[in-house]
Structures are given as C-alpha cells and as structure tokens.
Design a protein around this ligand. Structure first.
Ligand SMILES: [Ca+2]
Ligand SMILES: [Ca+2]
Length: 209
C-alpha cells in the first residue's frame, strides 16, 4: 500500500467518524459505472448466478467486447469510462458476472494491464455446460491504475482456446459522506458544554476554599 492511499483512507475514516458524531443519517453517495445490462445474459428465462447454460444458448460475439454473447476464444476486453479523477473514495468494488471461463485453470481479471484477481470457475468440465459466476474485486488499492477514460478491463483465460461470456461489469465507488449535519444535538457541542459546566463547578469550589 502506498503512503498516499494509506493517508487517503485514514482521512476517509476520519470524515466518516465526524459524520457519525454529527448524527448525519444521510446515505453515502455512490457512483456506479455499468458495462452491459444486468439482465441474465439477455436470454429468456434470464440466467442467474449458479445456473448452467450451453454455449449456443447465447449468440456468437462479434468481437471480444460484446456482453451477453459467446466469446469463443481469446477472452473478454472492454473499455470503461470510469470517471475516476483521484477524488477521495471510501470504497471501490468491481462486480463481474460471467460464465464459461475456467478451461485449463481459472481466468484472470486485468485492469489496464495489471492483474487484479481470479474469475471463479465457470467451466465445470461437464460436456458443453457452462456456469454463471459472480465475482467482486476490491479496487481501493488499485485506484492509481485508473485514468477515468477508456480504462481497460480484461478477462484473460488461462488457456487461449477457452470460451466464455460476460453478463455485465459494475464498478461502484462509495464517496465520503459530506452531507450537512441534521438537527440532532451534536456530541461535540455537548462535550464543550460539559467542559464549561465542569469549569464553572471548579470555579465555585475554588471560591469556597
Ligand atoms: Ca469455457
Ligand atoms: Ca447482460
């Protein structure tokens, strides 16, 4: 972890604590970037996570960036405009719903050429069948890889001849909650008031001495 990301997270934690002290009930703002539709690969009935399908249940992909289509070989590759500009982020999670990759070993997720993690096995080895799998990747320590524009997300199969498909990619940033405090009495003020009362009591005691 870099010092920058360390202090960024410390600052985020501090801001969150302040938000909690102020009694703010506002939900933290999120920014969501979606590639493909959340639609069970666009077939009827929709394919859910853990379900099985045949490769020819899906149309053949015209290119490696097509969602909801069978990519026969070479893996998946897509450019996302993530919009990331180096702002404070409390969390950054990429959710990937895919199916069919795993022949010869688990496929890998890459972000702008850097390894992020493994894709769950969606190729159970039974004849023809493929499995829908869901993976979530924590990108909080990889934000320096993002440019915000045309960020490249890839699924690279362990074996180049492995086929598979992508339902969607969803990148969610949770930003620090900067909502204004509501009307709940603020503990910070209460603490100050407590100090004032203690001070007055001390003064009274001193006068009595
Ligand atoms: Ca496969
Ligand atoms: Ca889809």
């Amino acid at each position: 972890m870099t010092l920058a990301s360390s202090s960024r997270r410390w600052l985020s934690a501090a801001l969150l604590s302040l938000g909690a002290l102020a009694g703010s009930a506002q939900a933290a703002p999120t920014v969501v970037t979606l590639y493909g539709g959340i639609n069970g690969f666009g077939v009827t009935p929709a394919l859910g996570v853990g379900e099985f399908f045949l490769f020819n249940d899906l149309p053949s992909a015209g290119d490696s960036s097509e969602a909801d289509a069978w990519i026969a070989q070479g893996g998946f590759s897509a450019l996302l405009n993530t919009g990331y500009s180096g702002d404070l982020v409390d969390s950054a999670v990429l959710k990937v719903v895919s199916g069919g990759w795993g022949f010869g070993g688990q496929a890998s997720l890459y972000l702008n050429g850097e390894f992020v993690g493994k894709i769950s096995d969606g190729d159970p080895g039974t004849e023809q069948f493929n499995k829908v799998v869901e993976d979530s990747f924590d990108l909080i320590d990889l934000l320096n890889l993002l440019t915000g524009v045309n960020d490249k997300f890839e699924i690279r199969p362990a074996d180049g001849s492995d086929g598979g498909a992508v339902d969607y990619l969803q990148l969610t940033f949770v930003l620090p909650d900067t909502g204004t405090p509501n009307t709940v009495p603020e503990p910070a003020s209460a603490v100050l008031a407590g100090i004032a009362v203690a001070g007055a009591a001390l003064a009274r005691r001193r006068r009595r001495d």
